[in-house]
Design a protein around this ligand. Structure first.
Ligand SMILES: Nc1ncnc2c1ncn2[C@@H]1O[C@H](COP(=O)(O)OP(=O)(O)OP(=O)(O)O)[C@@H](O)[C@H]1O
Ligand SMILES: [Mg+2]
Length: 255
């Protein structure tokens, strides 16, 4: 199993740095799980699919959580199957959840079908869309107004601004637990996360590929640096200019 799957948060408490989003989700869930549609957007690797799965698991058992293909690959026939399965009884927690990742690029007929589906969604079902922030601006291929869909969804925005240190600390914890750390300090993990544009999945992939295995280059302690003798200034070799030479070419000429 990939590291990023193994360490994917399973509960809201394990999600790092999305406290505002998590507080909003908790508030809504406290008022009931079913019959709702969610729209989660934010940068790649910030926790959108992770949160979608946690929301889904709140009201549905694993067997009844379905992740659909990218929105652009969904057909009207898929929507019919979805509607039919929403009406079916589910065991365990009793709900059925549908996650549509990469919700951008949706076809116009699918959008229309989805709007109808959302209107008729039973209390035992929940639909969750996720997309990157960039995806949100081009939800539909033909630049249709996304308003009708978004206004039927609970909006959740994830941010990664200022999360380099907490993501770095989590990466360090995972690398140490998996024996994939060569002794690097937190700053090295923060730098790794920054080089991955704060995409946690990308950072964990790099760690899995051994990016942090090599021991950090030894750094001389400051005291030792100060104890080093100052390098002696090397005097420039004294070269006599031609006019300083006893037998300058000019003098020789004059003679
Ligand atoms: N906020 C977070 N807290 C803890 N781990 C996280 C968080 N965000 C991402 N991760 C880690 O990164 C992995 C990928 O996260 P996730 O699939 O939720 O990203 P995403 O936002 O859906 O990205 P994409 O837009 O590329 O689909 C997770 O399995 C988890 O290991
Ligand atoms: Mg995702």
């Amino acid at each position: 199993m990939k590291l990023y799957e193994k360490y994917r948060p399973k509960s809201f408490d394990q999600v790092i740095g999305q406290s505002a989003a998590v507080a909003g989700i908790r508030y809504v869930l406290n008022r009931g799980w079913g019959g709702k549609a969610w729209f989660i957007h934010g940068p790649s690797g910030a926790g959108k699919t992770t949160l979608a799965r946690i929301i889904a698991a709140h009201g549905a058992d694993d067997w009844f959580i379905e992740e659909l293909p990218m929105a652009r690959d969904i057909s009207i026939a898929d929507l019919r199957v979805m509607r039919a399965s929403m009406a079916l009884y589910a065991t365990g927690k009793g709900g059925r959840a549908f996650i549509i990742n990469e919700a951008h690029g949706m076809r116009r007929d699918v959008l229309e079908g989805l709007l109808t589906l959302l209107e008729e969604m039973p209390d035992s079902a929940c639909l969750i869309f996720t997309t990157t922030s960039a995806g949100k601006d081009r939800l539909f291929d033909d630049c249709e107004d996304a308003g009708p869909l978004l206004s039927r969804c609970i909006n959740v925005e994830l941010r990664t601004l200022g999360l380099a240190e907490s993501f770095g600390a989590e990466c360090q914890r995972i690398a140490i637990a998996e024996n994939l750390d060569g002794g690097h300090d937190l700053a090295a993990y923060v730098a790794l996360v920054q080089s991955c544009k704060l995409n946690m999945r990308a950072a964990l992939q790099r760690i899995e590929q051994g990016a942090m295995l090599e021991a950090p280059a030894p750094v001389m302690p400051r005291a030792a640096c100060l104890a080093q003798p100052e390098p002696k200034a090397v005097a420039a070799p004294k070269v006599k200019q031609w006019w300083q030479q006893e037998q300058s070419p000019l003098l020789r000429k004059a003679v």
